[in-house]
Structures are given as C-alpha cells and as structure tokens.
Design a protein around this ligand. Structure first.
Ligand code: HEM
Length: 588
C-alpha cells in the first residue's frame, strides 16, 4: 500500500502503530531501491559538467569584496578600533556595507580560522543556488558545533541533523521527517501546547500583579524562553521541566536556558568572527565546551529517564506521547541525537520569535485588535483551549507569525556549500564554495515588500490582492525556516507553539509599547538588544481584578495562595541580555 494512504487510513484508530508501520516501511523501502535512486541522483548532480554560461562568466577571484592584506588578511577590519571598517558592527550592518560597496554578490575572505564565504543579495542568484543544492544539500554552518560533536562521539554516537552531511544526513532525516514534519502528526501535540501556553498566560497574570502599572519586568524575555523550553521538553519527551510553575524557580531549567543563549553568543565568536580556536584552545572555546557539556549531560539525563519508562512499559504504546517515543520505535541512536538537538534548537529560536511578535503587536494596536477579534471568535471564553480545529481557522494568527519572521527572522540568511559549479552574479563559483543568502536584509527592503518597515500581517492573507500581496514577492527573498530538503525540521512544531501562545496571550491581555522603538542586533541569531518592557493595558487589568473578585479571590488572597511575592527578585538569577551584551555573569 502507498505509504501516504496507509498513513491517512490508520491515523485515526491507532496513531502510534500507524507511525511505526509507516516508518518501518519507509526505512525498508529506503534501504534498497529508493536509496539507490537517491544515490544515482546525487551522483548525477555531482558531475563536473560546467554550466552553459561558465566560459563567459568572470573568474571566481574577481568577485568583489574587502581586499585582504598580506599576512593579516581581512581580520584587522574586525579587530582594530578606528581603522577596522567592520569593527563593532553587527553582521547585518556588515552585509549592508558590503552590498553598498560591492553590489549583489560579494566575498569575504582572509579571516583567520574561517573559510571564504560568498554572500548573495540578488533573489535570482539565491534561487539558482537553492535550485542547484541537490537532493542532499550541504550546510557547513557551525564548525565549532561539529567539532564538539566529534569530541563527544563516545557519549552521543550520531552527529545529529545539524552536523551530518550527504547520505548519512539523508538517512537520518528520512527517519525523523514523518514525525516532525508531517502536519497530521504534529497536530496531535495541540493539547500539550495548549497546556504550556496556559501556564505562560498564568505567569503573565502573576507578573502583572507584581507591577501596578502593568509593566512586564526587564527580564520578561526570559519568561518566553521558559515557555519555549517547556514546550520543546513536552514535545520531545513528554516531560514538564516545570520552568513556568508559579511561585517556584527551576534552577536546572534556568541554567539550560542561559546555556543555549550563551552557546549562540559563543558560536558567533568562534564561527562567524575571526578566531584561532581551531589552532589553540581559546577561553571562548573552553567555555563553549563547558556550556555544551552541561546541556548534553542534562538533556541526556531527561531523555534516558524517559527511554527507561518506555522500556519498562510505563508508557502506553498505543498513544502518541512524544516525538522521542515515536522515533525510538525506529532507531534509538537517531531518536536520542534528534531529541538532544530539539532541546537545543527549540529554545532560543521560538522564544525570540514570540518576543518579536509580542513587540510588533504591542506597537501596532490596530493589528493587535484584528488578532484579538480572531482570538475572541475562536476562543469563546478566555481560558478556552486552542484545539486542532482552532488551528485550522486562525488565518490572521498565521499571518502575524509570518510577518514577524519577515521583519525579524532569527537567521541572517541560509548557508549552502555548492554541489556543482555555478555562475552566480556573473561570476564562476566552483563546487565546494560556501555561499550565504542575505535574506534578512532583503526581506526588510522596499523593493521586495512595499512599506517594508511596517508590520502588515495582511500581506500574507490569501484574500489580499494588489501591491501588498505576498504573491507579488519573489519567494526566495522570504525564507525564515530555510529552503527545501534541508529546511528547519522544527518549523511545524515552532508554528504550533507560536500560534497557540499568541492566540492565548491576545485573548487574555492588551499589550502596549509606550517606549522608543526596539533595537535589534544580529549575531549568530537576530533579535532584541534591549529589554522587552511590554505593558498590559489598564482596562484589561481592571477587568481581570473584577474577574478575581467575582470568583471570590481578592488580589491579596490570590498572591498569598500562589507563593511568595518576592520570589523572582530573590531567587532568580539575573536576566540574560541579548545581542550586543554578553550574558552578564558566568554560568560555570
Ligand atoms: C521560529 C522558530 C525557528 C526558526 C525561525 C528556525 C529556523 C531555522 C533555519 C533558518 C534553519 C536552516 C535551514 C536551512 O538551512 O535551509 C533551521 C534548521 C534547523 N532547525 Fe530550526 N528554526 C526554528 C525552530 C526550531 C525548532 C523548534 C527545532 C526543534 C525541533 C529546530 C530544529 C532545527 C534543526 C535540527 C535544523 C537543521 C535541519 C537540517 O540540517 O536538516 N528549529 N532552523
């Protein structure tokens, strides 16, 4: 029976069995005929036929870019104050300067410890790059992470999706795709996401009671990270880490959050900026290993605990309880490595996007009102659950997520290593070259999105026609989750989490932004450089107090019942700062 039909036919009755049989079939099929087919395709793509326009194109060496000096290359531009033209700039500013100076294609080379990298600003070139990335696209984005995984292969035998390449990557991805990318499977997690979103809403209420003006604390962003960590823990291994619980602090979970944030900061120093960590063990590299060791040890502790429960038969095999539960039916090593990566990749990413969405909604009350009217319509009472059905009708919420990731995608662009010789921007780009697409910059430009600086979720609605419709935009300009076979494996879960949380928050609160515009900063990830000081509208607070009184819960009683008022100030570590600043303390 065709795999897709088998999936559809049995999903209703026994989702777990269905998944096991579907994947077993898939893997079996893959091991012979299909795998050979893909091998053939890959071999075909890797041939050394030159593109038809190769001879007319200019040589690779002529691609414009900052000229390296003998011995010091271009490193001085980043490291020397006053003379270095990239000194103190974030990566987006550097891209802007390079485009202005050199045009639609440019190259950065001569940086100590780094491979030369070609940067593309033209959508047609970006399209050509992706269309030629092959069946097994290669992305050598994070050498420090790949090196760390090699060092720890005695603990985690698979490099995981982020590091694997070629056939190994393909086999891994084939196993996990049906579980993480299949919408019919992902939607099973709606109830769990609803539960975590309720906890977040409850926490926001608690925080608003701590400040009579309704202002969220300076470390509000951290609450959103708690939400993303809690969500991904539940999805990955059906484990509530308990970070959003009122009145208590989960130190281990908090340390996990800081570790993920710190990991991305250190990656910027090791993999994006010139650095000698490949030759000598620098302080940043040593700290990076410590941070990753802590995350690996802690995440494996929870994952192994959960696997033990499965093995002891304590988990109902007829129910889909978690992604790990589903994946382990196929292969333990793959399941473990994927779960570890989910716990790392699913925190800073989704947390940042929710933060940005709340900021844009607070700044644009008219758009917030439109979202609220959808939320009110779909959730009749404030604590109504977001269900599978809700998520099939929430068109405006989906548009809000898209518009947020247009204005504030978390990645500067997408990286590929070319699989064959290509002509890009009129230059010869040989196979094996690292090429980065600068989509963050393009998606903020007027030439691609009219009124580009404005937050207009309507662009993404099917009913919108005319100049603002996204249908008029080159699809290669907007790729917040990447492109093709190697695109983000967590995108469906991320959207599920984000849509659920947004509906719940907007159904319950009125958000305001009585401050100057937020400053964004781009390192390994793009995000906010200042505290997310969202205000909750007075009307809403008043209404909530009334609600409490109706329930016979006076504000004082409520506080007493829920734990010590000062728990945040006294027990929680200081908030992480994003972007420009380092995390202002040492975790280890
Ligand atoms: C809003 C949240 C997120 C955004 C914007 C995002 C974005 C991205 C992007 C741009 C890539 C590179 C894609 C490419 O090269 O074409 C990527 C890859 C990846 N993401 Fe996400 N991500 C998000 C959430 C998540 C979550 C929740 C998970 C966990 C399940 C996750 C796991 C991964 C993994 C494992 C990869 C590597 C995939 C591969 O190489 O095959 N991401 N993500």
């Amino acid at each position: 029976m065709n795999t897709k039909r088998l999936f559809a036919a049995t999903l209703k009755n026994n989702p777990m069995k269905l998944l096991m049989s579907t994947q077993t079939e898939f893997v079996e099929a893959l091991s012979d005929k299909k795998l050979q087919h893909y091998r053939n395709l890959n071999a075909l793509e890797n041939n050394d036929t030159k593109p038809f326009d190769w001879e007319q194109a200019k040589a690779f060496e002529e691609i414009p870019g900052p000229k390296p000096l003998p011995l010091v290359g271009n490193t001085w531009r980043f490291l020397l104050p006053k003379v270095g033209n990239f000194y103190g700039m974030d990566i987006l500013q550097i891209h802007k300067q390079m485009r202005q100076q050199y045009g639609d294609i440019t190259i950065m080379k001569g940086l100590v410890g780094l491979q030369p990298i070609v940067v593309l600003f033209n959508p047609s070139d970006i399209e050509k790059l992706h269309r030629n990335e092959g069946v097994w696209p290669t992305r050598h984005g994070l050498p420090s992470f790949a090196h760390y995984r090699k060092l720890r292969k005695n603990i985690l035998s698979s490099g995981g999706l982020i590091c694997l390449q070629g056939e190994e990557w393909f086999k891994f991805r084939t196993v996990v795709n049906p579980i993480l990318m299949q919408p019919k499977n992902v939607i099973h997690y709606a109830d769990k996401m609803n539960f975590v979103a309720d906890e977040l809403v409850d926490n926001i209420k608690y925080l608003s009671e701590e400040n009579e003006q309704g202002q969220m604390p300076d470390d509000f962003h951290n609450e959103l990270y708690k939400w993303s960590l809690e969500s991904i823990g539940v999805v990955t291994m059906d484990t509530h880490l308990g970070c959003l619980k009122r009145g208590s602090v989960n130190e281990e979970a908090q340390k996990l959050i800081y570790s993920v944030l710190r990991m991305f900061q250190l990656m910027y120093k090791l993999d994006v900026m010139p650095s000698v960590w490949k030759y000598i063990s620098t302080p940043s590299w040593k700290e990076y290993v410590q941070v990753l060791d802590f995350m690996l040890k802690t995440n494996l502790k929870h994952i192994n605990r959960y696997i033990e429960k499965i093995e002891k038969g304590e988990i109902d095999n007829n129910q889909i309880t978690s992604a790990l539960h589903q994946m382990i039916q196929i292969d333990r090593n793959t399941a473990t490595a994927m779960s570890v990566d989910m716990m790392i990749a699913g925190v800073d990413t989704t947390g940042r996007v929710l933060a940005a969405a709340l900021y844009y909604l607070a700044k644009n009350p008219d758009k917030q009102e439109l979202l609220r009217s959808e939320a009110n319509n779909l959730l009749k009472v404030k604590d109504a659950p977001v269900t599978k059905e809700t998520l099939s009708k929430n068109v405006y919420t989906k548009a809000v997520v898209k518009e947020t990731t247009r204005l504030s995608p978390i990645a500067i662009g997408n990286l590929r290593t070319t699989k064959k010789d290509l002509v890009l921007g009129g230059y010869q780009v040989p196979s094996g070259t690292d090429v980065l697409t600068s989509t963050l910059m393009l998606s903020q430009q007027e030439e691609h999105f009219p009124k580009a600086k404005e937050f207009l979720p309507e662009r993404w609605l099917k009913t919108t026609t005319g100049e603002f419709s996204h249908k008029n935009t080159n699809p290669f300009v907007f790729a917040p989750f990447g492109f093709g076979a190697r695109s983000c494996i967590g995108k469906r879960f991320a959207n599920l989490e984000l849509e659920t949380a947004l509906l719940k928050i907007i159904r319950n609160f009125e958000l305001q932004w009585p401050h100057e515009d937020m400053v964004f900063y781009t390192t390994t990830l793009h995000g906010m450089a200042k505290p997310l000081k969202i205000h909750l509208g007075r009307g809403e607070l008043g209404a909530r107090e009334e609600e409490n009184q109706v329930r016979g819960l006076l504000k004082e009683d409520f506080r007493e019942e829920k734990g010590p008022e000062n728990r945040r100030k006294s027990q929680e570590p200081p908030p992480p700062t994003l972007g420009r600043e380092e995390v202002p303390f040492r975790i280890f």
